[in-house]
Ligand binder design. Structure first.
Ligand SMILES: CC(C)(COP(=O)(O)OP(=O)(O)OC[C@H]1O[C@@H](n2cnc3c(N)ncnc32)[C@H](O)[C@@H]1OP(=O)(O)O)[C@@H](O)C(=O)NCCC(=O)NCCSC(=O)c1cc(O)c2ccccc2c1O
Length: 157
């Protein structure tokens, strides 16, 4: 982990679990994670809170871009854990907007799993989430640089 890297700055909790962003735009956000001990609950499957963390992170970044880098804040998240993802599984995450309004956005986030050796087409859905975000909040002085950091991250992907 490099504390100066854009990945670390943009979402420290996701970065610390090894999440890697692939795409980030107003219409699609994606990335992946290998399930390690750090991400697991006691039965060695992906912790449900980690799935929710991924959902919140992807939806928030997508909504920030879709609102032209205004400040957004998640106000509701619902998640269905459909299948467990086991230690060592490769988890792919993708997110897309369901609705982009001036003040409210709704994003869908899906997590899929494959075994390390399996082809991507054999993926199975692990969870599906809906995230509702409020957009266009005022930006406090001490975080004035945050929209620029998001822009910088988008340009580097
Ligand atoms: C809950 C389900 C098992 C229900 O399955 P359902 O009946 O809806 O559907 P299927 O029968 O078709 O199965 C779907 C899918 O589930 C897996 N599965 C089914 N049965 C079993 C089983 N007996 N053992 C293991 N896995 C089973 C299997 O992968 C099936 O997929 P196929 O590909 O074979 O079709 C199921 O919905 C499910 O397992 N959901 C995921 C639940 C989950 O992973 N939740 C998040 C993690 S839980 C958590 O976060 C957590 C945190 C903590 O801190 C804890 C602390 C202490 C204790 C527990 C903690 C904890 O659980």
């Amino acid at each position: 982990m490099d504390p100066k890297s854009p990945e670390f700055i943009i979402d420290q909790p996701l970065n610390s679990l090894g999440f890697v962003f692939e795409d980030l735009s107003a219409t699609r956000v994606s990335g992946h994670l290998t399930v390690t001990e750090k991400c697991c609950q006691p039965f060695k499957v992906l912790h449900g809170g980690v799935s929710a963390l991924i959902a919140e992170g992807l939806a928030s970044l997508g909504a920030a871009v879709a609102s032209n880098y205004k400040r957004v804040a998640g106000i509701h998240l619902s998640i269905h854990h459909l299948r467990p993802a086991a230690l060592g599984d490769f988890v792919f995450a993708e997110s897309f907007p369901v609705s982009v309004g001036k003040s409210i956005q709704v994003w869908e986030v899906r997590l899929w799993k494959t075994k390390k050796t399996e082809k991507p087409e054999n993926r199975k859905m692990v969870s599906t989430s809906r995230v509702t975000l409020f957009c266009g909040l005022p930006i406090p002085d001490h975080v004035k640089g945050a929209p620029g950091q998001v822009k910088n991250f988008v340009s580097k992907l």
